[in-house]
Design a binder for this molecule. Structure first.
Ligand code: PLP
Length: 288
């Protein structure tokens, strides 16, 4: 892939850090790294992809755009959605519908969503696991590692990389390939869940370069917190950068809490702003 993202220098609440602008990388945002392998393949016109997960997932938004641009077909299996959202599409779900994604709801008698998605695959179809958490993602993080090492050399600075984790795929591959230390925190489940996710991605994963930091307190994924909204506004005002509410807010809280453990921080901004729309509505509804 030939995209390169720039590095900015920011100062927030007295903390100076570098910001790797993968949010500006391409129309896929940070998820372009995970798609790099697929972007480089010569799939036939009309190739059918099957994926699954939440209706507001950033991976869904990126996959739907990828499929639309390349004239591929995307089917997406889901469960547990609100009828209200199904009738009033918003955010990433609306985006994916506009990009022609076909949505298929899992019948209740089907045990797992993954098995249901698998059952939708015919010969020649490609199944993409939830959150693009697959070995195919490795290629994009090898490229990102090389890019960061080139930029580090040109700037004459060594980095400690920080990025918030969902499935942990991005953090795991970065820590595997990079000579820089990589720090992360779990935004879904806790640290044990994050480790388990990474171990299922890569059974013999060596965690020695991946430092999992504990958030200052327990946050539930995708729940609105007044302190997150305040932080979102403050960093937008002070640094003129918009961050994602789901991952970057717990991420920044955790990073600020543990700042003394890190040297020259490089924060990886992975985008996800298309998901902010629905979260901001929820913040307004909660009057936070
Ligand atoms: C997908 C995503 C993440 C989590 O990435 P994982 O590789 O699943 O850990 C973090 N931040 C944003 C903005 C994302 O879109």
């Amino acid at each position: 892939m030939s995209f390169v993202s720039r590095i900015d220098k920011l100062c927030f609440r007295g903390l100076e850090f570098y910001l790797k602008r993968d949010d500006l990388l391409s129309e896929f945002g940070g998820k372009a790294r995970k798609l790099s392998f697929h972007l480089a393949q010569n799939y036939p016109q009309n190739q059918h992809f099957v994926s699954y997960g939440g209706l507001q997932s950033n991976a869904l938004a990126a996959l739907s755009l990828f499929s639309k641009k390349r004239n591929f077909r995307l089917s997406y299996a889901f469960e547990r959605s609100s009828t209200f959202l199904e009738k009033n599409p918003r955010g990433n779900y609306a985006l994916a519908l506009a990009n022609g994604t076909k949505f298929i709801k899992k019948p209740q008698n089907f045990p797992s969503l993954q098995d249901f998605a698998l059952s939708l695959c015919a010969k020649g179809d490609i199944l993409i696991p939830q959150g693009l958490a697959t070995q195919d993602a490795a290629q994009g993080y090898q490229e990102l590692t090389r890019e960061l090492e080139d930029q580090s050399r040109a700037m004459g600075v060594d980095f400690d990389i920080f990025l918030p984790s969902g499935t942990g795929t991005a953090a795991a591959f970065l820590a595997k390939y990079s000579k820089f230390r990589v720090f992360t925190c779990a935004c879904i489940g806790g640290s044990a869940y994050l480790r388990a996710q990474i171990s299922s991605l890569e059974p013999d994963y060596d965690f020695s370069n991946l430092h999992i930091l504990e958030p200052p307190k327990k946050y539930h994924f995708a729940k609105p917190y007044a302190e997150f909204y305040a932080l979102y506004e403050a960093i937008r005002r002070e640094c003129r950068v918009e961050f994602d509410l789901l991952y970057d807010m717990p991420g920044l809280r955790t990073l600020l809490h543990h700042r003394a453990k890190l040297g020259r921080i490089l924060y990886l901004h992975q985008g996800g702003l298309s998901g902010n729309e629905t979260m901001l509505e929820r913040y307004l509804a909660h009057n936070l």
